[in-house]
Design a protein around this ligand. Structure first.
Ligand code: AMP
Length: 364
């Protein structure tokens, strides 16, 4: 079996690392010559809309998937007419545009913050009395890790925020005074079987994920699973999907979903019976899905902008290091560590030690 992946970054790399023991081969399409997955398979070097390369990918791969949601919609549609593409292009179309995404959530009964489309400063001024302050202005497309976003504290901020977004089609949403951020990572295979990982509790700083912790037996697991199920079924989805949620007063409100494997579930490599990467492959190849049961008390710590020494990480008992083979750059995710504690108290100690190492090299 050969799996084609659009993108050859760290997510593609970890999918490939999970696929090798299953005898799966890989072919990547990525415009970057030093893309970090490229040692794990064949690398088609070029643009995502290069018709010659897409034809080669479609011919050589039994099934195509992607590691990021900003794959041009036309690329996914073209590939889907020539080979199997999972998840289907519809999931990309919904996830690529925050306005379409929030409308889709509401249509299937998943609550979101109050929101409104904004195409001009006049639109923004008009809707703010309804949305209320504080609020967040976000570009509808191409935003990730808090990029393309501005917080609005009062009407004095509107003109500047609109300028910062350079007048691109946007969405304004009410700022949620959340108690926690969590995500549910779910997997559905071609035959329609669904499994869920335990909730991840996620800590962001500057819009970037820093720490994700597995929360087995969380009181909100059932609510999160019911939202994820609606999304998977409405999209006839195949593969891993991550739904990011805010918890407010014991209820969940959706922020966004990612139609791919997700940073908040990297702890599943050592912290679950089957990793999200292996389960993504099982899903798209229509193999039986693996158990999502947690192993110990797991968490993941991102290394952003710089790397501690390998010795410093491995010197911490229970720590596993995952290097992405990417050169450090400001704000860039270059590696993560996973830890599995025997007890919650031990886990908290391990998170503290690894977070201290991450903070020493973090330039963001
Ligand atoms: P996003 O790119 O939409 O995932 O946003 C990145 C981070 O910004 C989120 O993980 C939250 O920490 C924060 N954020 C985004 N939208 C909101 C909101 N409506 N209310 C409060 N915080 C938000």
């Amino acid at each position: 079996m050969k799996v084609g992946i659009l993108g050859a970054g760290q997510l593609a790399r970890m999918i490939a690392l999970a696929g090798v023991p299953l005898g799966v081969e890989f072919i990547f399409l990525d415009p970057s010559a030093d893309a970090c997955a490229n040692k794990l398979g064949e690398h088609l070097l070029g643009d995502y809309n290069d018709p010659k390369l897409l034809a080669q990918l479609a011919e050589r791969a039994d099934v195509v998937t992607y590691e990021f949601e900003n794959v041009p919609a036309k690329t996914a549609e073209f590939l889907a007419t020539h080979t199997q593409v999972h998840p289907a292009p519809k999931a990309l179309a919904v996830a690529q545009d925050r306005l379409v995404e929030k409308t889709f959530f509401n249509d299937i009964g998943i609550p979101t913050p109050a929101y409104a489309p904004v195409n001009s400063l006049a639109d923004l001024e008009q809707v703010m009395p309804t949305i209320g302050y504080p609020a967040i202005l976000k570009s509808r497309t191409q935003g990730y890790d808090g990029k393309g976003q501005s917080v609005l504290k009062s009407s004095d901020d509107l003109a500047n925020a609109w300028d910062v977004l350079q007048g691109v089609p946007s969405i304004v949403e009410g700022f949620v005074p959340f108690d926690r951020e969590v995500s549910i990572v779910a997997v559905r295979n071609v035959s329609g079987a669904i499994v869920f990982y335990p909730l991840s509790e996620n800590v962001h700083r500057g819009g970037i994920l820093r720490v994700a912790q597995c929360r087995a037996n969380d009181a909100l697991q059932a609510q999160a699973e019911s939202y994820a199920t609606r999304l998977l079924e409405a999209l006839d989805y195949v593969g891993v999907l991550a739904l990011e949620l805010f918890e407010v007063n014991g209820k969940l409100i959706a922020n966004e979903f990612a139609p791919r494997v997700h940073n908040s579930a990297h702890w599943t490599i050592e912290g679950a019976q089957t990793s999200q990467f292996e389960n993504h492959l099982r899903a798209i190849l229509d193999l039986p899905l693996g158990s999502t049961d947690p192993v110990g008390n797991a968490a993941m710590i991102n290394f952003i902008g710089g790397l501690p020494t390998t010795e410093a990480v491995l010197d911490i008992d229970h720590a596993h290091l995952h290097l992405y083979d990417k050169s450090p750059r400001k704000g860039r995710k270059v590696a993560h560590a996973t830890v599995c504690g025997d007890t919650e108290a031990q886990l908290q100690g391990l998170i503290k030690q690894l977070s201290a190492l991450a903070d020493q090299v973090d330039d963001s």
